[in-house]
Design a protein around this ligand. Sequence first.
Ligand code: HEC
Ligand code: HEC
Length: 290
Amino acid sequence: MSTKVEKDQVSGRETTGHEWDGIKELNTPLPSWWVYVFWACCVWSVGYWVVYPSWPSATDYLKGAFGTTNRTQLHETMANVAAERAPYMERLAALDLSEIVNDGELLNFSMAGGKAIFADNCAPCHGTGGSGNPGFPSLQDDAWLWGGSLDAINETLHVGVRWDANEDTRFNDMPAFGRDGLLERDQIDDVVQYVMAFTNRATDAESANRGAVVFEENCASCHGDDAKGIQELGGPNLTDAIWLYGGDKSTLTETVTNSRRGVMPAWGGRLDEETIKMLTVYVHSLGGGQ
Ligand code: HEC
Ligand code: HEC
């Protein structure tokens, strides 16, 4: 075995002395720039783990010279935000809704906060900005099921609608007239024609006339004699061409046959009082506040 370093004829490089079938392995060192960067990184890492949190221990971890972590930074930021909001929150808690609406600064604060909270909690059902979806009322118009005053909105938010878990929930169930055999099929057709007549869309005037009687006997108690709705009962106005579920013949027939019973969750207890006030002010401002 020779210890003499052999040189490759073609490249002029040293070989490692390994040879397979006449092919010799060159001993090509790493480029020096790479080696310098590597050692620089090693040195840097030592500094890094002294300054920042690094090594785990059995129960804890090395905190680093200044205790900086993203988590502590986040806590600081959150604490700052809370501190900035605290005076507003105190005033929100102390004032009643009409006072809040009349306080320009507090109104702005509630509108900004309410908008964000609405997007998180309400928009999935009520649509972006409260524009509504089939079965989920628009909160931008002035057609209200349960009332559009500040107090009525606040109450709806607290107790929900048909929300069993809340014993004060707003509640009124339209019977399933067809499914439960309260009306015959042709009576349903008649009353649907009558309802369509409110918005000038009846296709059979005689049927609509017969429907007027059916309406008076079966529907007026919740929707009003004039069919303009009864807010204490959550009975929608059927004359305003604003439909929660839809005003075409087949949708109306479905509503009367099987009823709908939309459910709105109660937010009292889930959101704090100040947050519900902000939401109330925001919803009230959307366009239809009464
Ligand atoms: C799971 C779906 C759902 C969510 C989430 C939801 N709602 Fe509703 N909301 C409804 C339904 C359905 C109704 C209509 C109930 C009925 O038939 O009377 C309603 C009714 C309302 C009403 C009464 C409207 C009127 O005309 O009287 C208000 C106000 C309201 N929601 C606000 C909110 C706000 C604010 C939030 C968020 C904190 C929210 N809702 C979240 C489903 C939802
Ligand atoms: C006990 C009260 C009650 C009675 C009686 C009642 N309704 Fe309703 N109705 C309601 C309520 C509450 C709603 C709200 C929707 C829901 O249930 O989610 C409603 C909704 C409707 C809707 C849907 C409106 C929309 O915007 O899409 C129609 C249509 C309707 N009722 C027609 C009738 C007709 C026709 C009768 C009589 C055959 C009748 N209702 C009887 C309470 C009643």
